[in-house]
Design a protein around this ligand. Structure first.
Ligand SMILES: [Zn+2]
Length: 283
């Protein structure tokens, strides 16, 4: 169903609620070997741009961010659509399950191949029109850095041209198809990344859409409250921009606690730092 053609080594990362999952293509041992390093090896927080840069922004395989040539990033927020209806016949479970986050970008790419597939996507149960507005507000919390010239992004109604896609799901499932209701897991971001040096050297990278999946209901099954959805979208968009891990400071948006639902001075310092350095990997 999905083809995996990699002309360059790549790495797919998916981040959620306290855990960073690393995926590497077959034979990319250089990434895999890094993936077992503890977080502490990434270094200590440093002062930058008015706050502390939390070292967890960096994937163990290197820093990840978009480069100027890719901007402005195009962001497509689907109107509540879900892609959890595609079933992996071998597993008997949705392709989009949390045990194969590395293949989520392939699912989006496959859906985009055929406009019919996209148009027929159902709306996730529990989605409300307010959720769409909450997501836009959450994503736009990163707009101040556009004024600083660090990055730029814009919404698009055309998923075909989008770099970052936002889809929704009522609840996440594992590879057995079992619903994961435990815990306040509100979203996942899956992005496939390629070594910048090899891309710049003319290597052909098989870029895939970055996928943000947001949950439409909270742990009690009621529609996600506006501010929680806004914070989830802002947090996942931070991952999509390249902040790979989680701050250990509960006051930061990029902690697993979503902080106060807005960017902290540390979140600001971290994105400023990330977009100041040359990345090792680009999505
Ligand atoms: Zn996260």
């Amino acid at each position: 169903m999905f083809h995996k053609q990699h002309l360059l080594p790549f790495l797919t990362t998916a981040v959620f609620f306290g855990v960073t999952l690393l995926f590497s293509s077959n034979a990319q041992a250089q990434f895999r070997s890094y993936s077992t390093q503890p977080t502490a090896s990434r270094g200590q927080a440093v002062q930058y741009g008015g706050g502390l840069v939390y070292p967890e922004f960096k994937n163990p395989a290197g820093s990840i961010r978009w480069i100027k040539d890719q901007m402005p990033l195009k962001v497509y927020v689907s109107n509540g659509r879900t892609i959890d209806g595609f079933i992996d016949e071998q597993l008997g479970a949705p392709y989009v399950n949390v045990n194969n986050l590395d293949s989520w970008p392939d699912v989006v790419a496959w859906v985009l191949e055929d406009p019919q597939r996209l148009n027929q996507l159902p709306v996730a149960e529990g989605f409300t029109p307010e959720h769409y507005q909450a997501v836009l507000q959450g994503i736009n919390l990163w707009k101040p850095f556009e004024k600083e010239g660090l990055l730029s992004y814009q919404l698009t109604n055309d998923p075909m041209e989008a770099d970052i896609h936002v889809f929704f799901v009522n609840h996440f499932v594992d590879k057995l198809g079992l619903a994961l209701f435990a815990g306040d897991i509100r979203g996942y971001t899956a992005k496939r990344c390629f070594p910048l040096k090899q891309v710049m050297a003319g290597g052909k990278a098989n870029f895939k859409p970055v996928l943000i999946m947001l949950r439409t209901v909270d742990t009690t099954g009621v529609p996600m409250p506006f501010n929680k959805m806004k914070a989830s979208a802002a947090h996942e968009f931070g991952h999509a921009l390249g902040i790979d891990g989680h701050s250990t400071n509960a006051n930061d948006l990029m902690s697993v606690y979503y902080g106060r639902g807005v960017l902290s001075t540390n979140d600001a310092a971290t994105i400023r730092y990330l977009y100041h350095i040359t990345p090792d990997l680009i999505p």
